[in-house]
Design a protein around this ligand. Sequence first.
Ligand code: P6P
Length: 334
Amino acid sequence: MTPRISLTRYLVEKQRVDDRIPSDLRLLLEVVARACKGISHAVNKGALGDVLGSAGTDNVQGEVQKKLDIIANEVLIEANEWGGHLAAMASEEMEGIYVVPNRYPKGEYLLLFDPLDGSSNIDVNVSIGTIFSVLKKPEGGHGVSEQDFLQAGSRQVAAGYCLYGPQTTLVLTVGDGVAMFTLDREQGSFVLTAEDVKIPEDTREFAINMSNMRHWDAPVRRYIDECLAGKDGPRGSDFNMRWIASMVTDVHRILTRGGIFLYPWDKREPGKPGKLRLLYEANPMGWLVEQAGGTATNGRQRILDIEPGKLHERVSVILGSRNEVERVTGYHAS
Ligand code: P6P
């Protein structure tokens, strides 16, 4: 039975008992969790809070920004800029990096986030979430630049997400497994509800946007065709499909009961390696999945080994139950 301890106590023990995280990283994670509580509160207001609908602007990705995208981004910036633990932040919603203003002390960490992933689901009351990744600012150099953020996912020191669903759940790794915390709204604090989370190596459940089928590359097409063929096909077993169009929610289901998630390259925009962003979506999710015993590749290589060339770089993502991801990756190799 998982001991019902608070996130604060969990992090203090990670710092004191396991010497796993320094105090500045503990402070950073507590501030991010507090910001997620604020975002959860805004999300839960829905139509009562004038937070729905679009903001009438586009983000750097050329996507329509929802009001809550901007609110969530502002909450994370304001919560983190004064603490002295960060040098700078990067967000899906901002073109360039946000350097901590000189009126505040700067720390050694870099925080990257998708402030509200799955925002196309906001107006229809489907689960959405915040994804975050923490890197250390490279030693030396003066000041901080975008180049400092361009580190492979294997360099992350912490990663996680907060899922705003029927429960508000914070999922976190600092490199020694995955822990899950559920927001106790009566206490106003996150309480540990699962630790050492493990993804089953096998699954019969896949997550992909089937409407893109005619645009996929042959290896992905082969894999999905075999799943659809079910017990009469080469897999000899029927498969189930889920697609929530909110990566945080699809990944949470996979961490909870297994599965494979695919957002592969497709020929609609052949110049783009994929839709999802490497630094603040694929890397944090890829590390969480690996820490839970799963696998995360772009079809050809481990996502966490990819050396980023630019801040908003996109990537093809195949992650989840190890044996299924390795099968798809094998199809790409053959
Ligand atoms: P599609 C949400 O916009 C997102 O970035 C991920 O959360 C999600 O998995 C994907 O895009 C959904 O994309 O093309 O199915 O709407």
